[in-house]
Ligand binder design. Structure first.
Ligand SMILES: *[C@@H]1O[C@H](CO)[C@@H](O)[C@H](O)[C@H]1NC(C)=O
Ligand SMILES: *[C@@H]1O[C@H](CO)[C@@H](O)[C@H](O)[C@H]1NC(C)=O
Ligand SMILES: *[C@@H]1O[C@H](CO)[C@@H](O)[C@H](O)[C@H]1NC(C)=O
Ligand SMILES: *[C@@H]1O[C@H](CO)[C@@H](O)[C@H](O)[C@H]1NC(C)=O
Length: 284
């Protein structure tokens, strides 16, 4: 058995435990580093046989004669100072990998956040030296919230994915109970941090788990052990709290930093497992 599969199952078992004390312990920040460490850095590019076909034309992919692809619509929210187009470009590596490995067509939609920042955009503004995890308010949050809900309405995504500030935004929307209904495959949060202005709402959150295991909202958290931007204990706190709220939490830990680890084949395998394990939730 692959280490990732074994630990994935262990974490899953922990995630399923109803007892919040045990769950809290399982995701305690100090335990997290050892508990969650199960991936190794393996570069896709290192193996020439795993070279991905270069294509960014969705129609050519869909008409491919070799595969019967499952289309998964993804709404992707970039991080602070990013933009929609370059974030979608980054995620193409996942699209190619998932298409080859599990015949999933991971169709990403993205757009620019409303607040100009640096060379890109942000979902909110904050005073100097304040971070999302210690801010008392997010300026322009309502504008971003409305924009995201509008896109959810238009795209009807199967997955909502966020990186960094985009992941914090999704977490805040969950805390505020703004996303209804939950996307069938769930949420993917990379390099998330605590949405500090919504602490009370986070801690009071109890989600509607629906009537069966297939309707429990799912969250996949991806965390880099060397993330200096949003340290791993931030992910642990978010994961622990969403688990207590009743969501199904899976955590993928990898040895790198804050960026979306699109080149880590072990992460990609765990991502594919997480997606395929609930593909029966899709109502295309
Ligand atoms: C991908 O899209 C870019 C910009 O639209 C285009 O210049 C490039 O040729 C495309 N690449 C492939 C392989 O289709
Ligand atoms: C593709 O999927 C459809 C519907 O499930 C099935 O009927 C068909 O046989 C599949 N085609 C191939 C080539 O696998
Ligand atoms: C917020 O966190 C940053 C980074 O850790 C720190 O430099 C800053 O002083 C903190 N600000 C407040 C208001 O706590
Ligand atoms: C939670 O999600 C995992 C990973 O997709 C899945 O294997 C498991 O069955 C789910 N558990 C419940 C109780 O829905």
């Amino acid at each position: 058995m692959q280490p990732s599969a074994k630990f994935g199952r262990t974490l899953q078992f922990l995630a399923c435990l109803a007892c919040s004390r045990i769950a809290a312990f399982s995701l305690h920040p100090t335990a997290a580093a050892q508990l969650l460490r199960f991936t190794t850095a393996v570069s896709l590019a290192a193996d020439p046989n795993e070279q991905m076909p270069a294509s960014n034309d969705s129609s050519s992919i869909r008409s491919s004669p070799v595969t019967n692809t499952t289309i998964i619509r993804v709404l992707a929210l970039h991080g602070s100072e990013g933009n929609g187009a370059s974030f979608a470009q980054t995620l193409k590596v996942w699209r190619e990998s998932l298409l080859q490995e599990v015949a999933i067509d991971f169709q990403v939609s993205s757009f620019d956040a409303p607040v100009p920042k640096g060379h890109g955009y942000a979902w909110w503004a904050m005073p100097p030296h304040v971070r999302s995890f210690n801010a008392t308010s997010y300026e322009h949050f309502d504008t971003s919230c409305a924009a995201v809900l509008q896109h959810i309405n238009n795209i009807r995504p199967h997955v909502i994915l966020g990186h960094s500030q985009g992941a914090i935004l999704i977490t805040a929307l969950l805390a505020l109970n703004q996303i209804r209904p939950h996307p069938p495959l769930g949420y993917i949060l990379n390099g998330v941090a605590w949405p500090n202005p919504y602490t009370d709402e986070m801690e009071a959150l109890r989600v509607d788990r629906g009537s069966s295991a297939t309707t429990i909202p799912k969250v996949l958290l991806i965390v880099g052990e060397r993330d200096k931007m949003n340290a791993p204990d931030q992910t642990a706190r978010v994961g622990n709290t969403l688990q207590q709220a009743g969501m199904n939490i899976t955590i993928i830990s990898h040895p790198a930093g804050h960026a979306v680890p699109v080149q880590d084949s072990t992460v990609n395998k765990a991502l594919a497992e997480w997606l395929t394990s609930s593909v029966d939730r899709l109502i295309n």
